[in-house]
Design a protein around this ligand. Structure first.
Ligand code: ZN
Length: 289
């Protein structure tokens, strides 16, 4: 054995040791003796990926939303460490109850579970919780949840990932790869299916994607008025777009893009000292009155 080869072997052994010492990001894969190290490395930051169980056209899995956000979290935490809370399927999904596979808990259970989950995450030492949502029926719930965090004092802060990324370079690449219309919505359509095709190809039945229509059905027209039946009116098949146009390449482009954004959000949140300080100041003042 040459001296060079020997040194190389030592280096490789060192690398694999360092790898073995790497902390899992997933809460459910951590051991208790590593908890303190996980809190330190994450700057007491935990990601809560949220999805639902709902039909995704005739071809994509029920868990599509959570599969996507969990994959984002898994990849983002390799770039910037944080702990990732286990599978959380319990968002708002009443609009899919006429279809097989929908799991819609009663409204107050959904609310209490989300609140209790955040409280329990914090009780375990986390000061910052980043919610990453994968389901289009959740934002109303999540925005109200966020605003009501000011209702009573808590010793932790909740953040919601809401990317407003202006990235012409990404848009250009996306337009080159996409066969559909960028401006339209997408539920189990080209974009969402592409992501699952990229991260879990074995779960997509692309041959079935044409078995139902994902074209909007104009069954209701109430300009400037919101009604919760809007989604059912337009998309009773729980399908918006055309999943048959999906490709792994488009999925990779989108997933990489989102992962970069989440890793950046984690860096910002971990470094942020101001939110908790202002929260404390706010509640101190509320108490005075
Ligand atoms: Zn979805």
């Amino acid at each position: 054995m040459t001296k060079k080869l020997f040194l190389l072997l030592i280096m490789l052994a060192g690398l694999s040791f360092a790898h073995a010492q790497q902390l899992p990001a997933r809460w459910d894969e951590l051991v208790a003796s590593d908890w303190g190290r996980a809190l330190k490395l994450s700057d007491s930051t935990c990601i809560l990926p949220i999805g639902v169980l709902e039909k995704h056209g005739p071809h994509a899995p029920m868990g599509t939303d959570l599969i996507r956000v969990r994959e984002y979290a898994a990849r983002a935490t390799k770039k910037e460490y944080a702990v990732v809370f286990p599978d959380y399927f319990y968002g708002q999904i009443n609009e899919a109850r006429h279809q097989p596979g929908a799991f819609a808990l009663p409204e107050r259970v959904v609310w209490d579970l989300l609140e209790a989950t955040c409280d329990e995450i914090a009780r375990n030492g986390f000061k910052k919780i980043l919610i990453v949502n994968g389901h289009g029926g959740n934002p109303e719930l999540l925005h109200y949840f966020m605003q009501t965090r000011l209702e009573k004092r808590r010793n932790y802060a909740v953040f919601l990932y809401e990317p407003r990324i202006d990235d012409p370079d990404f848009d250009k690449k996306f337009a080159q790869l996409s066969k559909g219309d960028l401006t339209k919505g997408d539920h189990a359509g080209e974009m969402e299916t592409s992501e699952v095709l990229y991260v879990r190809p074995e779960l997509v039945k692309l041959d079935s994607a044409k078995n139902e229509s994902g074209v909007k059905q104009n069954r209701l027209s109430l300009p400037n008025i919101y009604t919760p039946i809007w989604w059912y009116a337009g998309y009773p098949n729980h399908y918006d777009g055309d999943g048959s146009k999906s490709t792994k390449e488009l999925g990779k482009l989108e997933v990489d893009h989102v992962v970069t954004g989440i890793a950046e959000a984690l860096r910002i949140i971990k470094a942020d000292q101001q939110t908790l300080k202002l929260q404390k100041e706010f509640f101190d003042r509320v108490k005075e009155q």
